[in-house]
Write a protein that binds this ligand. Sequence first.
Ligand code: ADP
Ligand code: 5GP
Length: 188
Amino acid sequence: MPKKGKIFVISGPSGAGKSTIVKELLKLAPDLVLSISATSRKPRAGEVDGKDYFFLTRSEFERKVKENYFIEWAEVHGNLYGTPKDFVNENLQNGRSVILEIDVQGALKVKETFEDAVLIFIEPPDFEELERRLKSRSTDDEETINLRLQNAIYEMALAKYYNYRIVNKDLKKTIEEIIKIIREEEKK
Ligand code: ADP
Ligand code: 5GP
């Protein structure tokens, strides 16, 4: 019987650097698998269905909620997002650790179901830098950016429930720190 994998949840305010970190993390630690979420949000330029997200209409998403398809789901910045159950469970059974890049509400729900899930919160160095990163990404309009900045205050207040908090200043150092946490937690 292979050792069971662990869930590692990565959260943090929009623009803190989660997607960038996860992308690099998977290159450096290819034994980890990333759970692809479903969302009712419209794809951004360059986003691919089944790779970045499973893009669903709101009604398709709501049907899947009724079918108990998700481990957790939440409304974030006005859209629905959820983690498909089967993919996560199959990988855990096969002894592989799974990364979930999800919001704070989802993270707390995951922790209720999977007690040994490890929650990692990514913080920006400060609010001004968060705003700068959101603007430099050029993926969202001003209204969307403002909504995400407002939500950052609420999200930061929930960071205290996480097992680890990391300030993403130097990207390379952040990734090294996360890999160290994952390897130590996998041994427990
Ligand atoms: P999130 O997934 O948390 O919303 P992204 O990964 O899209 O954030 O990052 C937002 C922007 O900040 C991107 O343009 C990214 O290149 C940049 N970024 C990420 N990490 C850092 C860092 N440590 N220093 C400077 N810029 C960063
Ligand atoms: P974005 O629209 O920038 O891709 O993501 C917006 C927010 O939704 C981020 O905080 C991201 O972590 C969160 N998110 C992405 N997928 C999921 C999911 O499956 N469940 C939950 N609860 N949040 C998610």
